[in-house]
Design a protein around this ligand. Structure first.
Ligand code: ZN
Ligand code: ZN
Length: 307
């Protein structure tokens, strides 16, 4: 009986955790792959039932984390805002900070009526309350159908999964706890045990080097359970396009950035793109360079400011 309960916990844990990693993070926040709306909702649901709240709120905060990493505008930077606030303090905010606007930063999600409904037009306490109510209602249904033991195990799995991204936000931004594959200016590090608990999200330095990559485990020992699931979904046709980072290009770009910061002699950067797109329509194997695209947009903004 105990073995059955442990197995059930593992199933619920994996389902909820992948709801966050596949649904909320790699799909909604980064659009690192494309799939049908049905598949999207299939993965967002277990994330929502793990107390993750409004998908729009989650993605807005997360996109801001990448955009303003380690600055006071980063919603949960341990370096800029302190450990306590970075862990749970930011959850108590009652509204979006002035620099956060889902209608600008998450237009793609605001366009979805279900996500819009769950966001309560930016009234965050209402959105959180609705999320929690749905999570408890789900466990009540499990109780009625399968008994209190199943409901309790599901609740424990959901609560455990809730703690993982909160801990990851802090631990994977404290250099003393991990290592860097890529010499980025931010504090992001790869932490092996977070990598295992968070289904591959603990390879956080890799993730910051290429946020749009569907794969975060880049070295052979960096086990990325989410990537294995995404590869399987691609194989059976549920995913039509995936962006995948190239390890050698990331290394070269990070080394070039480091040389620039330290005023060392320039390091040559290969012209190859950071992200290679697999699939994506009739052409198949379309290649897009998001790093170069961002640099071009920045350059255009600078030029328009000067003129
Ligand atoms: Zn981060
Ligand atoms: Zn991310």
């Amino acid at each position: 009986m105990v073995i059955e309960y442990i197995l059930l916990f593992a199933i619920f844990y994996t389902w909820h955790a992948m709801g966050i990693t596949i649904g909320y993070h790699r799909l909604l926040s980064h659009r690192s792959f494309s799939c049908s709306k049905a598949v999207e909702y299939f993965w967002v649901l277990p994330g929502f039932l793990a107390f993750e709240g409004s998908p729009i709120w989650w993605a807005t905060i997360h996109r801001a984390h990448h955009k303003w990493v380690e600055t006071p505008l980063d919603p949960h930077s341990p370096r800029a805002l302190g450990l306590k606030y970075a862990f749970t303090g930011w959850l108590a905010e009652k509204e979006y900070a002035p620099h956060l606007d889902p209608y600008k930063q998450c237009k793609d999600l605001v366009a979805d009526p279900i996500y819009r409904f769950l966001d309560f037009n930016g009234r965050l306490p209402l959105g959180h309350a609705m999320g929690f109510a749905c999570c408890f209602a789900f466990r009540l249904i499990l109780w009625a159908l399968f008994g209190w033991q199943v409901a309790l195990i599901s609740l424990l799995a959901g609560a455990s999964v809730l703690a993982i991204p909160l801990m990851l936000n802090v631990v994977c931004h404290l250099p003393k706890y991990g290592y860097k594959n890529y010499a980025l200016a931010d504090d992001s590090v790869n932490v092996w045990w977070v990598g295992l608990l968070a289904m591959g999200e603990g390879w956080h330095n890799n993730h910051h080097a290429a946020p749009g990559s569907a794969r975060t485990g880049m070295l052979p020992h960096e086990f990325d359970a989410t990537w294995l699931m995404l590869k399987f979904m691609k194989k059976i046709g549920l995913i039509t396009r995936m962006n995948v980072a190239d390890h050698d290009v990331l290394l070269a770009r990070a080394a070039a950035e480091l040389a620039k910061q330290n005023n060392m002699s320039p390091v040559e950067v290969p012209a190859a793109p950071v992200l290679v797109t697999i699939g994506g329509g009739k052409s198949g194997g379309r290649v897009r360079d998001f790093g170069a695209k961002r640099a071009a947009v920045r350059k255009r903004r600078e030029l328009s400011k000067q003129s």
